[in-house]
Design a protein around this ligand. Structure first.
Ligand SMILES: C[S@@+](CC[C@H](N)C(=O)[O-])C[C@H]1O[C@@H](n2cnc3c(N)ncnc32)[C@H](O)[C@@H]1O
Length: 198
């Protein structure tokens, strides 16, 4: 099976049809990094069942939430009550945000078919001057069964950012214990937070 088949639309749709995870809360790295930012426009790329987009909307952000899975988007939108989220079905391997448009662009554990570095480049282009790029991925060494072949380092995440345009505020691995299927496991989050200079 090719990488694009493995992590393509059919894979994600099948996964969401088989399991409803829409009860889970927002990502802890998002909460840690965004709580201090004033609300504005946000893009949640690969929003899944929408916990992060809803959390942002409840804090006053106007959110564009993009995912490839109709099932995930349907579940996500049913739980959203602020009216501040636009749910968009699109393929992030080709879809790109409007240039320099969003005050915040975030993506959590998006493992698209194709190169992650290219996705980060496209997402970074959507960050407005003074805005924030927040990318979280599974760091190498993680024992999670979810995406064992989709690890990424903070160096890879930051590789495409032009140092004359960006200040990298966070580039680190954070370890957190979680329970999954009744078992205790440890997640290793590769966290990149960068700010585009004004
Ligand atoms: C591991 S889930 C993470 C979901 C959510 N960000 C979270 O942290 O709970 C990855 C998400 O990325 C989406 N995704 C993967 N490839 C995509 C693509 N090419 N275009 C749009 N969404 C994609 C999947 O449908 C899935 O919802």
């Amino acid at each position: 099976m090719s990488v694009s088949e493995e992590f393509g639309a059919a894979y994600w749709e099948e996964r969401y049809r088989h399991a409803d995870g829409s009860g889970h809360g927002p990502n802890p790295q998002l909460m840690a990094e965004v709580t201090d930012l004033p609300p504005g426009t946000a893009l949640d790329a690969g929003c899944g069942e929408g916990a992060d987009a809803r959390w942002l909307a409840e804090r006053g952000w106007q959110v564009t939430a993009v995912d490839i899975s109709p099932t995930a988007l349907d579940r996500a939108s049913r739980r959203e009550h602020t009216g501040r989220v636009d749910w968009v079905r699109a393929d992030l391997t080709s879809w790109a945000p409007a240039e320099r448009h969003f005050d915040l662009v975030s993506a959590h554990y998006v493992h698209p078919a194709g190169a992650l570095e290219e996705l980060v480049d496209r997402l970074a282009a959507g960050v407005a001057p003074g805005g924030t790029l927040l990318i979280v991925g599974h760091a190498p060494g993680e024992s999670s069964p979810h995406a064992p072949r989709s690890h990424v380092t903070t160096e890879q995440l930051a590789a495409g950012l032009d140092a004359t345009e960006w200040d990298v505020l966070v580039a680190e691995v954070r370890v957190r214990p979680v329970r999954h299927d009744g078992h205790q496991t440890v997640l290793r989050d590769a966290v990149l937070r960068a700010r585009r200079r004004s």
